[in-house]
Structure formats: C-alpha cells, structure tokens
Design a protein around this ligand. Structure first.
Ligand code: GLU
Length: 287
C-alpha cells in the first residue's frame, strides 16, 4: 500500500510550485490506490502563522485534493521529537553547540575555507572539541545551546547507507557535506531533519515525493532512520517548476500564489494547465 504525503510549512501562501508538488504526491497515491496525507510542518513557531495553515487547507481543497483527517501538525508533537533527541543523546551521538552564527562565521573566516554543503559552509565542529567539563560549565551557566549530531561518529556506527529514488535510482547516502547538523534547535526541541524523518515513519509513509531541492537532505534523513530504527521509505524527488523568468518559484513571487490566482478568477483546471506548461520550462537545479 502506497502512502504519500504533502508536507508544507505554513510560513507563507502556497505558490504554483507547491501546487505541483501536492498534485504530484496526490496522483502518485491515486494511481496506486494508495493513501494521501497532508502534514503541517510548523515547528518554527516564530515564522508559521495560523492564517497560512487555513489558506493551505483552502487552496488544496480548491485544487480538488482530498486528504485523510486528522492532519498531523508538528507543533503538537514536540514531546516525540524530544524523546528521539534524548535517545540519540543517551547513545552519545549528540553534543551541545553554544555557537552563535557570528562565532561560526568568524571561525570559518579564520580557517580561510570550510567544506561547503547544500546549506552553505558546513559547521566547522567548534563545540565538538569541547571537553566534558567545559560543556557542563557552559550548560550550568545557562548558556543557550543547540544539539548537533556527530555525523562522523554516527556514520562509524551505521556504515555506508543508501536509498532508492524513483527518478534518480539507487543513491549512496553521504550526509557529510552538511557537517554536524542541528537536530535540536536552541529555541525548539526539534529541527526540520528530525521532525520530517520521525513523522514519515510514525505516519507510515512509504513514498516521499518532494522537490529535488530537498534531495541533498535525504542522506541525513537516511542516517537518522538507521540510528533510530525507523523505516526507510522510497523517494521521488521531482524537478522544480520555473517561473516566467526561468528561475525556480519562491514564496516571495506573490503573483504566483494560489490565493492570488484564485482571486483573479483562475479555475483549478486552468491552473493544472499552467503547471503542465510550466513543466516545459523546468529548472534542473536550484540557485
Ligand atoms: N516542509 C518542507 C517544506 O515546506 C517540506 C518537507 C518535505 O517534503 O520533506 O519545504
């Protein structure tokens, strides 16, 4: 049984690219007589807004999508993310990171170079080198900290991992370009990587469809699956839609939001047509 999902973050209105992604997942489930889920990825309480959640429901219903209820909202599941963090911490795979963005930038500037990951320069491991005493002293002093995964240590435990993508084929999961990723943020006991991986498992997702801009993050998710004993779904990273300027669509392109297209009198059928013609101008990689 195929179980797919569309997992938007309610930090803005959905645009044409989201509509494509949502339809892609919906059709993949439908073709296989499977299940389609919607998940609201709202761990970032500072950036997510209830009105955007309401707009997601409205836009997707208008588009003709039907999804299972209740909808999982990540902000209601921090206890589960925290439990996963505690488990990884108990296994010695996490370390507290007290660095500010400025401290990281300074360290990278001093080093003259840093391995570059998909999100910019990888974290240079400053706090990985702190002694147990230093860590305790800083924690006791009440300094805020994030929890990072010691990726080198984690990989030494799991060995080489791989995943299967319907479009890209069998992929070796190399998470090292990201460096030691944050799994628990300073402000919230979770991160995108942790929440998305755990939720896909807990919701029984068997096929993750999403834009190819997220493909570089999949090796991290695969590593977390191995560390936490979670299922590994199949993946299908689809190409991204291009806007009229040939660049990938972004939330800031207001004119392209589904809400504004609807208000301008567009029908769902013509929107699907627009998606098909935009596919002719697919951009293969993100800028
Ligand atoms: N919430 C993520 C986003 O809106 C997508 C997560 C995923 O599909 O894995 O970019």
């Amino acid at each position: 049984m195929i179980v797919t999902r569309f997992a938007p973050s309610p930090t803005g209105h959905l645009h044409l690219g989201h509509a494509y992604s949502a339809l892609f997942a919906f059709e993949a489930a439908k073709e296989a007589d499977g299940r389609f889920l919607l998940r609201i990825e709202d761990i970032d309480l500072g950036r997510c807004r209830p009105e955007f959640v309401a707009a997601i429901f409205d836009d997707l219903a208008w588009l003709g999508l039907v999804w299972e209820k209740p909808v999982r909202r990540q902000s209601e599941h921090f206890a589960e993310y925290r439990a996963a963090l505690e488990r990884l911490e108990a296994e010695g795979l996490l370390y507290p990171c007290f660095c500010t963005r400025q401290a990281i930038a300074r360290e990278i500037a001093v080093a003259g170079q840093a391995p570059h990951g998909p999100d910019g320069p990888a974290y240079p491991g400053i706090c990985r080198r702190l002694s147990a005493d230093e860590r305790r002293a800083r924690r006791d002093a009440g300094l805020p900290y994030a929890l990072r995964l010691d990726v080198g240590l984690a990989l030494a435990r799991t060995g080489t991992l791989s995943w299967h993508d319907r479009r890209l084929g069998r992929m070796t999961a190399d998470p090292t370009p990201f460096g030691d990723v944050v799994l628990g943020r300073k402000d919230i006991p979770a991160s995108y990587h942790l929440a998305v991986t755990l939720d896909d498992h807990l919701q029984g997702v068997t096929l993750v469809t999403r834009g190819e801009d997220l493909a570089p993050a999949t090796p991290i998710h695969r590593l977390l699956q191995a560390l936490l004993g979670l299922n590994t779904p199949e993946y299908h990273h689809h190409p991204l839609l291009a806007g009229p300027n040939g660049k990938r669509l972004a939330k800031r392109d207001r004119a392209q939001t589904l809400a504004s297209l609807r208000q301008a009198g567009e029908s769902p059928a013509s929107l699907r047509g627009r998606i098909e013609s935009a596919l002719d101008g697919i951009v293969q990689s993100t800028d």
